[in-house]
Design a protein around this ligand. Structure first.
Ligand code: HMG
Ligand code: MG
Length: 306
């Protein structure tokens, strides 16, 4: 089958990547990561989240990080906003510091919805609706993240019907595009395709993205499986950072470096400079005192050291 010829990547490292970090990471380092990602050619960056600092302390510096970014024209900066309180905080700053896109985040699993955002799926949609309306009224784009679309840490396998149901609810409140997330990285290609197909019943292909955690080492092959359906938007984290605090044992997102290496090797354009991306991953990994969690980064750095 004919695969897409270009892919749009959203680096979620500063948000998904760092939200789970136990050690303190300064706003300065987070801003430094965003700057390096945009210099590497990323045109979409998920910067932070406006959630309760009691639930996710690492994102407590959200406003400081948004304030500190030197914006590059053509780059879309997004943030998570689970409710009106989060949305109002995200736009409390002067307009030039507003996010270009906000993300409401729900789950295809009831149990995960409760653990992650403390409400049922139906209640979450009620909370998101005014956020979506307010954002769109202000000209801010809206994305919806859908967690646990293939498996849930509490409920096990998730049926594609549950994913389709959530996608339909997101569409119904005006969410413009959605992420099909394998939060705990248990998915395999056919299951991921089933979740994608359930979503594609509600959204056009350009409005659907893949968000794969790599816990079981399936994220690249799941990316390829999604490409086979024509999906060409994906989320990934530089240096493979990350994990969700409410999905214990789940590791980070697939490393952006690994995705870019695969795509470029297949002749699929990303607009990203892999060498500079690797340097961004090294920067954040050094700040965290560990090696980048990316095979492509390791291989290329070994070759560089020659
Ligand atoms: P709640 O306790 O139900 O909310 O939490 P509440 O409205 O009852 O408020 C309780 C307290 O939180 C109050 O403070 C509020 O002011 C405060 P208190 O009176 O106790 O001092 N509060 C807030 N503070 C700051 N910003 C806000 C906010 N809202 C309420 N926006 C809530 C509901 C959603 C806030 C909470 O459950 C929460 O913050 N959860 C965090 C969830 C999270 O960030 N998870 C990780 C991101 S999702 C993810 O990683 C998955 C994804 O990557 C895709 C995938 O891989 O699956 C996207
Ligand atoms: Mg995630």
């Amino acid at each position: 089958m004919k695969l897409p010829t270009k892919v749009q990547l959203i680096d979620v490292g500063p948000r998904d990547g760092l939200q789970n970090e136990k050690q303190p990471v300064s706003a300065e380092v987070k801003i430094g990561l965003v700057h390096r990602l945009q210099e590497a050619g990323l045109t979409e960056i998920e910067v932070t989240s406006f959630v309760s600092p009691k639930w996710v302390p690492q994102m407590g510096d959200n406003a400081e990080v948004m304030h500190g970014i030197a914006r590059k024209p053509g780059v879309r900066y997004s943030v998570l906003t689970p409710n009106m309180k989060g949305f109002e905080a995200a736009i409390a700053a002067p307009r030039e510091e507003w996010p270009d896109e906000i993300v409401v985040f729900g789950a295809a699993s009831e149990a995960f919805s409760q653990k992650n955002i403390n409400c049922s799926i139906a209640e979450s949609i009620e909370r998101f609706a005014p956020v979506v309306a307010a954002a769109r009224e202000k000209g801010i784009a809206v994305r919806g993240a859908m967690s646990c679309t293939v498996g849930c840490p509490y409920e096990g396998d998730i049926a594609p019907e549950a994913v389709g149901r959530l996608a339909g609810l997101m569409k119904g409140i005006g969410v413009q595009r959605v992420d099909v997330a394998d939060t705990i990285g248990v998915g395999t290609p056919r299951k991921v395709q089933a979740a994608m197909e359930a979503t594609l019943a509600h959204y056009d292909v350009e409005a659907v993205s893949g968000h794969f955690h790599d816990t079981y080492g399936q994220a690249l092959v799941n990316t390829l499986a999604a490409l086979e359906l024509g999906v060409w938007n994906f989320q990934s984290s530089s240096a493979g950072l990350g994990g969700c605090p409410y999905a214990k044992g789940a590791t980070g997102n697939v490393a952006t470096e690994d995705v870019v290496y695969m795509l470029h090797g297949m002749g699929i354009a990303t607009g990203i400079d892999l060498d500079r991306l690797i340097d961004a991953g090294v920067y954040i990994s050094q700040a965290l005192g560990r090696e980048p969690n990316s095979r492509a980064s390791k291989a290329i750095r070994t070759k560089r050291a020659g």
